[in-house]
Write a protein that binds this ligand. Structure first.
Ligand code: HEC
Ligand code: HEC
Length: 235
């Protein structure tokens, strides 16, 4: 058979398509999503004791979000992982702390060492070995660049709310209700009005809840969902 560059190209394209869909093994995907929920509120996910005192690097100048809140990774590094260079660069949650993008792709052992360093001081009682591992997997392999999906100035998702409504009504409404108000004692979903927070939660799930994590689906699905949630009734 004559060597064909066209055939070769098809082979390469096929291999690339295959690796991009299978790049993250199933067990890694659930570890990364769990790491995302620990990044959100670790004690909600791992059911350890809620911290009672301020984190030693607590930096909110307004004195807000102290005590337990000050221990949430997201409180210092943001829902968008960009810290002072992202959505927490201004407003009530402003910290002046760097983001974690510099650690994307790093070895998990190096990231675990950061979580145990003097700045952070997380103990094994707060984050047992598997939790440290999941968090490090999230930091290394789970970060998305939210500026691609969210218009920061307008506080809108770069998504199709009509498509998002279809996804929402079939995947989410059983728990949340078509209007986002079905879960008792929870504020209406539409009242959140925070696209970065919504996107993080849709990709990774809600700490300690049976909510799905959509991170292996096409990210545009999650972005469309956020676009729809922003239109739900706010009260
Ligand atoms: C109270 C604030 C605070 C909290 C909470 C916090 N961090 Fe940090 N983090 C910092 C500060 C400050 C730095 C910068 C340290 C330095 O420059 O030496 C940092 C740096 C980092 C870095 C290095 C970033 C880089 O570019 O090298 C990583 C990774 C990191 N934090 C992960 C986490 C994780 C994971 C959590 C939650 C388990 C967390 N942090 C919780 C304050 C915090
Ligand atoms: C198995 C039930 C279940 C399903 C299915 C589910 N969720 Fe949730 N979700 C919850 C629970 C429980 C909470 C926590 C509510 C609370 O306490 O504020 C939550 C919280 C949230 C939050 C954070 C709300 C807040 O105010 O902090 C968002 C955003 C969210 N869900 C979006 C979704 C989306 C989008 C889907 C579909 C892709 C979905 N959920 C599917 C149970 C579910």
């Amino acid at each position: 058979m004559r060597f064909s560059w066209k055939f070769m190209g098809m082979l390469v394209a096929g291999a690339v398509a295959l690796t991009s869909t299978t790049a993250i093994a199933a067990e890694d995907a659930s570890s990364i999503a769990r790491g995302g929920r620990l990044y959100d509120k670790y004690w909600g996910e791992n059911k350890t004791a809620k911290p009672e005192t301020n984190h030693q690097s607590f930096a909110n100048k307004a004195g807000k979000y102290d005590k337990d809140a000050s221990w949430r990774c997201k409180e210092c590094h943001g829902w968008d992982y960009k810290g002072k260079d992202g959505a927490y660069g201004s407003g009530g949650h402003m910290t002046g702390i760097v983001g974690i993008q510099g650690a994307a792709g790093k070895d998990t052992a190096a990231i675990i060492a950061i979580m145990k360093d003097k700045t952070h001081g997380y103990t094994d009682a707060q984050l047992p070995a598997q939790d440290m591992k999941d968090l490090a997997m999230f930091v290394s392999k789970g970060q998305v660049d939210m500026t691609k999906y969210i218009d920061y100035a307008a506080k809108k998702a770069k998504g199709d709310a009509a498509k998002g409504e279809g996804y929402y009504n079939t995947i989410c409404a059983n728990c949340h209700g078509l209007d986002g108000k079905k879960i008792n004692n929870a504020p209406p979903l539409g009242s959140l009005q925070n696209p970065q927070e919504m996107l993080h939660k849709v990709l990774n799930g809600q700490p300690g809840q049976n909510m799905p994590a959509l991170r292996l689906l096409d990210p545009q699905i999650s972005v469309d969902l956020v676009a729809h949630m922003l239109t739900l009734p706010q009260q």
